[in-house]
Design a protein around this ligand. Structure first.
Ligand SMILES: *Cc1c(COP(=O)(O)O)cnc(C)c1O
Length: 340
């Protein structure tokens, strides 16, 4: 039996997709880059592939697209991260749809019969053309897109929307138009055809007042490998950042920063056991974290939760001064994935 498990709750993922589809009235481009945000590509995609209102999967690189094809995925695959010269062949052979966001990308594919999307930089300062980009013919132009840099800032986002509207309309009729990410859906754009969603599918809310009731679809749990009592005034873990005041029952959980925690969560997170919060004590180590068992009857071999309905990746990320995306992408390959 594995010592640490990430449970992926199928029904919740479906529920979240349906909610997003209904709220926006648009079909979905499901963003599954980086092993589906670290969750597990196969587990996530095997669920999403059954939903007919998901028209595309989006990945970061052609290599990630090839993995999807090897898993037998027949849906359209959008490659968000540009095109390098040595990747053109792979794109073509695997019927991957590149996003052209640099003159060089366009040169590489302009003489091939390959559909593509054009990306505009309307205020992200990352990928995309700042202005109208002249293409030879628009036969293969399947889509146009842009990306919000600060969806919680409505003044700046409205400026981005205005810029995108102005540029894309110069291309005449384009089949697919997309700009909204999980947080971006609050703008409910009347000219886009699709929404490009990652985080919300997995049940994490990108904004405090999120208008869609997505439900946490992930649970992360690990087993206790030792239970013991420490006397008062006794240090815990490397660097002795925690010292007991009085005698204390502690547990050692087989989950550390090599499994996906980050050291800045040391002394700043709880584990959950039957609804009770058990604080982490001292520095998180590579493979283990020590927790306060309080009066709970925790035994060696018991499971404790790091993430569940009561403590999401978003909650944890706030304590660590980071974002849920980063914590999710950190979940190690030795953590077993279970689709339930
Ligand atoms: C990752 C990504 C998304 C998805 O963002 P979420 O906040 O996870 O919904 C959308 N568009 C682009 C260009 C991305 O890189």
């Amino acid at each position: 039996m594995p010592r640490a498990v990430l449970e992926i709750i199928k029904e919740r993922i479906i529920h979240n997709c349906v909610k997003i589809h209904k709220f926006t009235g648009k079909n979905i481009i499901a963003v599954v880059k980086s092993n589906a945000y670290g969750i597990g590509l196969w587990e996530v995609v095997s669920v999403l592939n059954e939903l007919d209102f998901i028209d595309y999967f989006a990945v970061a690189s052609p290599e990630e697209g090839v993995v999807l094809r090897e898993l037998g995925i027949g849906k359209k695959i959008l490659v968000l991260g540009g095109i390098l010269e040595d990747e053109v062949d792979i794109l073509f052979k695997n019927k991957l749809i590149p996003v052209v966001s640099d003159e060089r990308h366009y040169e590489l594919i302009k003489d091939l019969d390959i559909p593509f999307h054009l990306k505009f930089d309307t205020g992200m300062g990352r990928l995309g053309f700042l202005e109208f980009f002249n293409i030879k013919n628009s036969k293969n132009l399947e889509g146009v897109m842009s990306h919000f840099s600060s969806p919680s800032d409505s003044i700046f986002s409205f400026e981005q929307i205005k810029r995108f509207r102005k540029i894309y309309s110069k291309y005449g009729k384009v089949d697919v138009i997309h700009m909204e990410s999980s947080a971006g859906i609050i703008y409910n754009l009347d000219f886009t055809t699709h929404v490009r969603i990652g985080l919300a599918i997995y049940g994490e809310k990108p904004l405090r007042d999120y208008p869609i009731e997505v439900e946490p679809a992930l649970r992360l749990k690990a087993r206790v490998i030792s239970v013991k009592e420490l006397p008062g005034n006794y240090p815990i873990s490397y660097g002795r950042t925690f010292v007991t005041r009085k005698k204390m029952k502690v547990g050692v959980v087989s989950f550390g920063y090599a499994d996906g925690l980050i050291k800045s969560l040391s002394n700043r997170m709880d584990f959950l056991f039957k609804g009770k919060r058990l604080p982490a004590l001292g520095n998180i180590t590579m493979d283990m974290t020590i927790i306060d068992l309080k009066d709970e009857d925790v035994k060696v071999g018991d499971w404790v939760y790091i993430v569940n309905e009561y403590q999401t990746f978003t909650d944890l990320s706030r304590n660590a001064g980071t974002i849920p995306y980063e914590l999710m992408c950190n979940i190690a390959s030795r953590v077993s994935r279970q689709l339930i």
